[in-house]
Design a protein around this ligand. Sequence first.
Ligand SMILES: [Zn+2]
Length: 318
Amino acid sequence: MTNWDAKLIRPSAPRLSVLQQAHALFEQQRETWDLFRDNEAMLAEMKIKIFSKDNRRIVVQANPGRTVSTSAKVDPASIAERPCFLCPDSIPPLERGISFGDYILLPNPYPVLKHHMTIAFRDHVPQILEGRINDLLALTKALGPEMFVLYNGPRCGASAPDHMHFQACSGDNVPLFKQLPAAADNGQVVPLTVWGRNMLVCGCREVQQARNRIGLIINSLKAITGETEEPMFNIVAQYRDGRYIITIFPRAKHRSACYFARPQKRILISPAAIEMAGIIVVANADHFDRVDETVVHSMFREVTFGDDLFSRLAEAVT
Ligand SMILES: [Zn+2]
């Protein structure tokens, strides 16, 4: 296994929860890593605009720190050429992490939300959820109700498709969590469309049931799309009131037409789980000014799994 020892902060007391350890890690990083501290402080200053339809919000955030991420080249050749920013030898020199099972929790130096972390698998292995649904659920439960955990598929949002990782962020002010139906806890899967995004939501008390539902949805998606690789989807998961609340966004494509438009019209948005959860990140200030409700709606319509196929998927899993 890859050696992370020199990069880890040890718990200062026995039996600290993962969340308490993560808070201590953030404190340590603020004290020792100027870039991290400054970028985190900038979060509160960022320009945002809010669109609302039927009381359901979308937040657009102007976040200059995300330039690299929103314009990241994720084709295999570009990935092969760059050092991996989730391997211990090439993470930023001042970055430190904490250990959780087979994963390392690392603070994101270009955060979108409070307590934004990247949760990297210890070894450099490709991004794929198969065999790791239990890890996703264990992290979600361990981080508890103030956080949420997300997974981006390697072809629809992961900026390191070559290195297995999840992310976690504070759930404060994330529009999705106010748009979900009151969570059932019987594992029933509910289809939902908000702002043009098609999603499947389910609440489960038991971890096995949550794992089975996610597995069923992915397998059904695979059957409907005929994909041999992992089909495209983003997952947002939160553990609250004794339940795993899982939202899966099946996807038709990674980036929408506005990403590829001519320069005067271009808007670099790379929709991934955070965007699907209602926080749209735009790095460039001019592009931020171009975003209106129509742009948001058509972007979601383009990248979401199409309505006909989504109906078939919903039928197969509900
Ligand atoms: Zn790596």
